[in-house]
Design a protein around this ligand. Structure first.
Ligand code: HEC
Length: 214
């Protein structure tokens, strides 16, 4: 047998082996590479789904950090000095404290504009669970997840600051919405919920709780 014949046979053997590996999918080849080199194509530093490869720009304040614009429509400048604004309440504190203790006074009057904005954001963020009427009958509850009616003497008896804080930090199995709903929008929702409660003859705990500014 000449050299050429031997070469062709070897070539055939290699081609057949490669074809067999390809036919059996990538895994066996990957496993061999993994065993020999300690790594394979499947193990690589690629970007995972939902992974954000970009770090936030230096000096920027993430939207979730505070959401305290200085005025309605103003650019969010982060958390104001604590002297101006009580420290944010955590969900654990919310459970430990009496509802009155949040120390937050509603700075937004229940103007038609506030109620209109409150309706938009309420329907967007709250109605899936609490229902557009706030009676606890949103589509999510039909899937078996309970959500409280906000048209109860209990909910009407909460001070504005407590409702605001529930929106911001969540409570129990209700998720927090502070990172999605900005400071003033939270107050607009509070005003709108108050309006829905008033339509059912439920009055807030103390009218002086809502300062009529703006
Ligand atoms: C994912 C479903 C869900 C969404 C969305 C949701 N909530 Fe809730 N909410 C709940 C559940 C569940 C409870 C009961 C929590 C508990 O056990 O303390 C609750 C409780 C409350 C309470 C207390 C009621 C009471 O009688 O003590 C208020 C007030 C409230 N939610 C307001 C809101 C507002 C305002 C929004 C919109 C920003 C909102 N929720 C969005 C599920 C939701």
């Amino acid at each position: 047998m000449g050299d050429r014949a031997v070469f062709v046979r070897r070539l055939r053997l290699v081609a057949c082996s490669a074809a067999a590996l390809v036919a059996s999918g990538c895994s066996p080849l990957d496993d061999v590479l993994q065993a020999v080199f300690g790594r394979s194509m499947r193990v690589q530093s690629s970007i995972g789904e939902y992974e954000n490869p970009l770090a936030p720009p230096e000096g920027s304040v993430p939207f979730a950090a505070g959401n305290f614009p200085s005025a309605p429509g103003a650019v969010n400048v982060g958390q104001p000095e604590l002297a101006d604004f009580p420290a944010p309440v955590t969900q654990t504190q919310l459970f430990q404290q009496a509802p009155e203790v949040t120390g937050l006074v509603n700075p937004v009057g229940a103007t038609p504009a506030s109620l209109a904005r409150g309706e938009v954001v309420f329907n967007r963020a709250c109605s899936p669970c609490h229902g557009t009427a706030a009676d606890g009958g949103g589509p999510v509850t039909r899937a078996g997840i309970p959500a409280f009616s906000l048209l109860t003497p209990t909910a009407a008896g909460y001070p504005d600051g407590y409702l605001y804080t529930i929106i911001r930090v969540g409570r129990g199995i209700m998720p927090p919405y502070g990172h999605q709903i900005s400071h003033f929008d939270r107050w607009h929702i509070v005003n709108y919920v108050r309006e829905l409660q008033a339509q059912q003859g439920l009055s807030p705990p103390d009218a002086a709780d809502s300062a009529q500014v703006q």
